[in-house]
Design a protein around this ligand. Sequence first.
Ligand SMILES: Nc1ncnc2c1ncn2[C@@H]1O[C@H](COP(=O)(O)OP(=O)(O)O)[C@@H](O)[C@H]1O
Ligand SMILES: [Mg+2]
Length: 152
Amino acid sequence: MTIRTHSAEETYALGTRLGKMAQPGQVYALKGDLGSGKTVLTKGFAAGLGVEEPVTSPTFTILMVHESGRLPLYHYDVYRISDPDEMDEIGFDEYVYGEGVSLIEWAEKVEELLPPDAFAITIERDRAGGTDDRVIRMEGISFDENGPGKDG
Ligand SMILES: Nc1ncnc2c1ncn2[C@@H]1O[C@H](COP(=O)(O)OP(=O)(O)O)[C@@H](O)[C@H]1O
Ligand SMILES: [Mg+2]
């Protein structure tokens, strides 16, 4: 499904809904340009999981692990990865195929390492809109009238 947001707060709130419905072992592949809102969405997601500590952009560490929520959250930012082989060094597979929830910013850089059932979330600036408008395309995710749910 596709959702349009008009502020960082709305994108954060979308992330919170996703975090509340997250299940063990899920992988969310976040795609989109610098400044599109991947970290904003991740912060909301962490809040939805009940993560207590602040979530910062892990660009310089590649991985931040948050264990204070309902499920472990593995927050990746793989922007600086130049070769997917580098991901072995940080134990990518152990986490991504583990019981926590993985959110991977810049997932397009490690496409070949993503599990086939990863949820792709692509955030783009809405060219027809203002500077705070985003189009967020979520593959394999839907919300029904009872709140968030998963299709497929
Ligand atoms: N609709 C929106 N959704 C998300 N972020 C937005 C939106 N409108 C404006 N912003 C701003 O865009 C920036 C997104 O930054 P960030 O989440 O760090 O991007 P990324 O992690 O994709 O590089 C923030 O400064 C945020 O306030
Ligand atoms: Mg980011």
